[in-house]
Design a protein around this ligand. Structure first.
Ligand code: UDP
Ligand code: MG
Length: 326
């Protein structure tokens, strides 16, 4: 019998249509895992109500009264998926050995949870759930999502391709996650920064079995934008390069203008206007780039991220020998 205490954390926003089925499926899986000895009987299923306006909290309260395997955390207002998830994980982290985060609609396959726990037992601190296929997503969702992962990589942000927020984290990794104090949360960018041994499990993503997506296009775009601006200063560096290119162009434009003027193809005032416009444009862009560099530094400082995370501190157990007298 294993004593791995597993907590599954599910953020829920207006999910009254899915909670009945979700809780049933998870309970079945827990029953199986506990009887097979994969996890401890003290494992829990934790629903985080992210300020829902429907019956979500009533349903969660009802579940908690029926069975002590369920827990409910109610946020005072809609804080958004990432904050709700972090809130849930931080509430339970000191009681569990590891926690799995998963969406309430169970689009991510819960049957790989035992595999995640196995990898945790074998020493992994983070196990990413990765979508092997996106057959069930619409063409639009698939292309935009994949474009997003590629763009993030181009911007220098370390994200696991095709992994959303379905992952297992050990208590140690959760404690380290807490030391990241930033308010603009983008968990899938933060978790790889923690480090430690990690692995992936693969699954096929299913369709939502009830209810509607709580991520309309507008929210998706703002999430992607948040992800990039919370992790990358590359857009500022682009300003720099643009400024330099315009400066070079200004020199070429100046030569062209002077040659034109010399041969008398110009009207009065044109040459001086041309030179000034190009030159000022370049100087302005470079200046914005320089200011941007400083803002980029302030941005990094203001995040107050931990500068390092210690994985192990080894002490020698060999007793100190008496110093030899001479
Ligand atoms: N969610 C949340 N707060 C929000 C929006 C969404 O807690 O403000 C939850 C939602 O209940 C679900 C998860 O985040 O459990 C993912 O949302 P959804 O399934 O609608 O996103 P999609 O799978 O369509 O990207
Ligand atoms: Mg979903």
């Amino acid at each position: 019998m294993k004593d791995t205490k597993l907590f599954v954390v599910l953020p829920c926003y207006n999910e009254e249509e899915v909670l009945g089925e979700t809780s049933k499926r998870l309970l079945e899986l827990y029953g199986k895992m506990i009887s097979e000895g994969t996890v401890s009987p003290e494992s829990k299923i934790v629903f985080v109500d992210d300020g829902s306006r429907d019956r979500t909290w009533e349903i969660i309260s009802g579940l908690c009264e029926q069975n002590n395997i369920y827990r409910g955390v109610k946020l005072a207002h809609n804080a958004g998926h990432q904050n709700a998830l972090l809130g849930g994980l931080m509430t339970v982290k000191d009681e569990c050995d590891c926690a799995v985060s998963i969406d309430a609609d169970l689009q991510d396959d819960i049957n790989v949870i035992p595999e995640m726990v196995k990898k945790f037992d074998n020493g992994c601190d983070v196990v990413y759930g990765v979508r092997s296929e996106r057959k069930t997503d619409s063409f639009f969702k698939r292309t935009t999502a994949q474009g997003f992962y590629k763009f993030m990589a181009m911007m220098g942000v370390d994200v696991v391709y095709n992994h959303a927020d379905y992952r297992l984290m050990s208590r140690r990794a959760l404690n380290d996650l807490e030391s990241f104090k930033e308010v603009n949360l983008f968990l899938r960018g933060l978790v790889p920064l923690i480090g430690y041994k990690s692995d992936s499990v693969y699954y096929e993503r299913a369709e939502r079995f009830a209810g509607e997506s709580k991520y309309p296009l507008k929210k998706m775009l703002s999430f992607a934008f948040d992800g990039i601006t919370s992790f990358s200063v590359k857009p500022i560096k682009v300003l720099w390069s643009m400024g330099l290119i315009v400066c070079v162009a200004a020199v070429i434009a100046a030569i062209y203008t002077l040659v034109s003027k010399f041969f008398g193809y110009t009207s009065d005032g044109w040459a001086s206007l041309m030179c000034s416009i190009w030159f000022l444009g370049g100087v302005q862009l470079v200046s914005i780039g320089i200011i941007g560099e400083y803002i980029g530094k302030i941005y990094k400082e203001s995040k107050a991220r931990p500068r390092y995370i210690i994985e192990e501190y080894k002490l020698s157990l060999i007793p100190i020998s008496e110093p030899t007298r001479q």
